[in-house]
Design a protein. Structure first.
Length: 93
C-alpha cells in the first residue's frame, strides 16, 4: 500500500484534542485544458474523507467538521468558521 499524501497520518500523533476543518467542498470552475484535474481532486477528496473518518473513529478527541465553501473559506464563511471554533472550545470558563 502506498503512503498517504494528505498528512492525516501525522494528526494521530497530536496528543491534545484536535479540530480538523475540511474546506473547499465546492467545486471550482474547470480550467481550460485541465479537465482531468477535477477527476484527480475528486479521487483525492474521497481518500481524504476516508482517512479523516478513520482518524475520528480512532481518536475520540478528534473532531472532523466540513464547511461548504471554496479555498476562500475565511472570506466566504467567517461566521461558520468562528462557530466551529467556539463549539469545539466550549463555553468560556
Amino acid at each position: 500500500m502506498s503512503e498517504p499524501l494528505s498528512g492525516v497520518d501525522q494528526l494521530h500523533r497530536v496528543p491534545c484534542p484536535l479540530l480538523v476543518v475540511v474546506l473547499a467542498l465546492r467545486s471550482q470552475p474547470p480550467m481550460p485544458g485541465m479537465e482531468w484535474f477535477d477527476e484527480l481532486l475528486e479521487a483525492y477528496a474521497k481518500g481524504l474523507d476516508q482517512e479523516l473518518a478513520r482518524l475520528a473513529d480512532e481518536r475520540p478527541t478528534a473532531t472532523v467538521e466540513d464547511i461548504d465553501a471554496t479555498h476562500a473559506t475565511l472570506l466566504e464563511e467567517p461566521t461558520a468558521v468562528a462557530a466551529l471554533g467556539r463549539r469545539f472550545l466550549g463555553p468560556p470558563a
